[in-house]
Design a protein around this ligand. Structure first.
Ligand code: ADP
Ligand code: MG
Length: 338
């Protein structure tokens, strides 16, 4: 046995990166969440080679001051929580303060930002954990983060990256999830210099139609119900729009895309009598839980959550969707606002 030694900082970040930056799409998710947390109303995503060569996210949010810029890349440094109480009721998408540090440890990262108080922007670059001191730069208010050459310094990881088309498809689904979660924000997606999606600020219903298509909207019923600390709303497709895979299932908990077994089971049950076993339902549903009924600090990727009262939640989701599906005349064509 060797003597016990503390791990070097870079290696710690690279280990953490295995959980936070599995592939370009997971880095994209973190960058988009940062833009939303910064209050951006316009976000532009540029990808090259499925994001392996470049993921660039530019926003018009609050920005980062020149002096804070190196801290943004430091591990466990965040502007979003301060205390344990903050963690229990965290309104932001991020709070762990490790995404940028992880990304910087496995890519070439550049960060340009200008906060409202700064006369000009500042730029900082990082490569394999080392970063340059901030330098003055030109940029309108907001932040642009560029991640180049993911895993250039960890070849073993690079081997797990798939084809450009596959990596792009993953990035596109992350983009769609985020875009669905914030209709009030405008989003643009470019791949290899071509615009693939341009979403203007809209209401939820128009955004859903823009992301999933009119066909989905027209084949869907509106869902909206409340009980105690819970509200579930959105759109659920009738069997005519069922899918051969679960590729059109979007479930958000307090604005965060979530994959959860309990939720999936409740929805499956709601569709049980009307859908063949080999077909998958399509839906965009937003669950709002007040009063601390959900814990998001379960996994670094934050797509898992823990519910305080799973049984009541299961019932509520099942009944709400079951009831909505029983009223197929209220489809997206009808004039019922979401
Ligand atoms: P977290 O989001 O968990 O705080 P990150 O590593 O993702 O951790 O980001 C670290 C910090 O950098 C954030 O807390 C925030 O202050 C700042 N930051 C990152 N991205 C942006 C952005 N797009 N706009 C403004 N500030 C940002
Ligand atoms: Mg973050």
């Amino acid at each position: 046995m060797n003597a016990i030694q503390p791990l070097p900082d870079l290696l710690i970040s690279q280990i953490a990166a295995g959980e936070v930056v599995e592939r370009p799409a997971s880095a994209l998710k973190e960058l988009l969440e940062n833009s939303l947390d910064a209050g951006a109303t316009e976000v532009t995503v540029q990808l090259f080679q499925g994001g392996v060569k470049l993921v660039r996210v530019a926003d018009n949010g609050a920005g980062i001051s020149g002096e804070d810029l190196p801290l943004a890349l430091a591990r466990h440094a965040t502007s979003k929580i301060r205390t344990l109480e903050d963690l229990q009721n965290v309104p932001s998408l991020g709070f762990r303060g490790e995404a940028l540090a992880s990304i910087a440890s496995v890519s070439r990262l550049a960060l340009v930002s200008r906060s409202a108080g700064d006369k000009h922007a500042w730029r900082i670059e990082a490569e394999a954990g080392r970063f340059t001191p901030p330098e003055p730069a030109a940029f309108a208010q907001g932040t642009a983060v560029e991640m180049r050459d993911l895993y250039f310094n960890t070849p073993a990881r690079r081997k797990f990256l798939k084809t450009e088309a596959t990596e792009f498809a993953h990035c596109e689904s992350v983009f769609k999830r985020i875009a669905l979660s914030r209709p009030s924000v405008g989003f643009t997606l470019q791949h290899n210099g071509t615009v693939r999606s341009h979403l203007r600020t809209a209401d939820a219903r128009l955004r859903i139609a823009a992301v999933l298509g009119d066909e989905f909207s027209q084949a869907s019923v509106f869902v909206d119900d409340q009980a105690a600390d819970l509200r579930l709303w959105g759109m659920a497709a009738l069997p005519a729009y069922s899918r051969s895979s679960g590729d059109a299932q979007y479930f958000f908990v307090n604005g965060r895309f979530v994959r959860d077994k309990l939720v999936a089971h409740a929805l499956r049950e709601a569709y049980r009598d009307i859908l063949h076993l080999d077909r998958h339902p399509a839906f965009v549903l937003f669950l709002e839980i007040n009063g601390g009924g959900v814990d998001v600090n379960v996994h670094p990727s934050k797509t898992e959550v823990r519910f305080r009262d799973p049984r009541a939640l299961h019932q509520f989701i099942f009944h709400t969707v079951d009831k909505a599906l029983a009223m197929p005349h209220l489809t997206g064509g009808a004039a019922v606002p979401v």
